[in-house]
Design a protein around this ligand. Structure first.
Ligand code: FE2
Length: 386
């Protein structure tokens, strides 16, 4: 698994606050970050919700304004508009209440506030020279782990491309995980975002950059997801299950934020790009097929994952236990009523070749357990998942 040459850096700078009702502690965190004028970022669905009202009230006189023009895949035009608004109110601190798209928008706004110009002027890796506008995240979904990750993906709709922003200075300062903030998430979103978190755990484990620390985080994430995701899907008001899923998504976020992801995400990004399949749904369908694909390279890791999913691995070879890990994923996704095949979610067979090619140039594939350079390889996986 790991040899004497093992060396790594592990990073987790985000302060995590967990607990029922913890969103009301936001003001203390703003003050600790020396924020005076807070820009609150959320989406149109949440804008008038009790959840956002609660946060607004807690911010009291530090609340300077709200930006809610968020779309599902955030774009450069949205970030630039938000940054203009942030400047107009003199914002020196950002609080985001929302899911992945709101959080990525906020990360983009913080970049523009720090560097000026337009967001499309700055895409890249390790492009920041120092801290940017302090950012507190209160997630309303449990899956992306964006409250602890160093990246944002922002679409340039005019040029039909997705821009990647990756830098440790993008990592939010504080993540407030309040289970009450996720109670209104519909069952299908709960299932999809939960499977995104599961994919983060498995991908962190089979990444070439996996470490014993990220494995430990991922394994605990897997245990929590297998136990609590079905409960959260069955009963959205189950506060304990909601809280445990937030913790699982956070563990997964710290794990893949350090270890990276792999072929599952490369394919999911490409399927999403061509056919609009939601990220969690694409990951959920592709994950077990990718486990089978990588199996001979990292069977020992999948054996641990299978055990974490409750499989009795006694007496099984690494390979046999690894197959059981894929089976356990299928059992889980059927239990939570996720689609099983790409053909069920609008993917067209004659588009698979293009998706296979897109995936080869996706940055995530670089870290996959097995190096993949030939689109025939990704096509093989896609055909099985179709
Ligand atoms: Fe993901």
């Amino acid at each position: 698994m790991y040899d004497a040459d093992l060396n790594f850096i592990f990073r987790n700078p985000t302060k995590i606050i967990f607990g029922k009702g913890s969103a009301s502690e936001v003001l203390q965190e703003v003050e600790a970050l020396k924020g005076k004028k807070v820009l609150l970022i959320t989406d149109k669905f949440l804008e008038k919700s009790e959840m956002v009202e609660k946060v607004k009230k807690a911010l009291s006189s530090k609340f300077a304004g709200m930006f809610s023009d968020i779309e599902p895949d955030t774009g450069t035009h949205i970030v630039n508009k938000g940054a203009d608004y942030a400047k107009s109110i003199g914002a020196d601190c950002i609080v985001t209440v929302g899911g992945g798209s709101s959080i990525d928008t906020a990360k983009g706004i913080a970049i523009v506030l720090a560097l000026g110009g337009k967001i499309e002027d700055h895409s890249g890796i390790n492009f920041l020279n120092g801290p940017i506008t302090p950012h507190i995240v209160i997630p309303t979904t449990a899956g992306t782990g964006s409250e602890v990750t160093y990246a944002a993906v922002i679409k340039d709709h005019s040029k039909h491309r997705k821009l990647l922003y990756a830098d440790n200075y993008i990592i939010p300062n504080v993540g407030i995980l309040d289970p009450l903030m996720t109670l209104s998430m519909p069952a299908n979103v709960t299932a999809g975002t939960g499977m995104d978190a599961m994919s983060h755990c498995i991908e962190a484990m089979h990444s070439q950059q996996a470490t014993p620390i990220t494995d430990g985080l991922a394994l605990q994430g897997i245990r929590l997801i297998v136990e609590f995701l079905p409960q959260a899907v069955d009963n959205g008001k189950d506060i304990k299950a909601r809280g445990q899923m937030q913790i699982a998504a956070n563990l997964a976020g710290v794990a893949f934020g350090n270890a990276q992801v792999g072929v599952v995400h490369a394919l999911a990004h490409s399927v999403g790009g061509r056919f609009g399949v939601p990220h969690g749904v694409a990951n959920s369908i592709l994950l077990p097929y990718c486990i089978e694909y990588n199996l001979d390279a990292v069977a020992d890791k999948y054996k641990l994952a299978a055990q974490a999913m409750g499989v009795d691995i006694k007496g099984l070879s690494d390979e046999a236990a690894a197959h059981k890990a894929a089976e356990a994923i299928w059992t889980l996704t059927k239990r939570i009523k996720m689609p099983q095949k790409l053909r069920e979610v609008g993917v067209k067979e004659d588009g698979l070749k293009q998706v296979a090619e897109d995936a080869i140039s996706d940055g995530s594939i670089v870290y996959n357990a097995k190096p993949i350079f030939d689109p025939e390889e990704t096509l093989k996986i896609l055909k099985q998942a179709f």
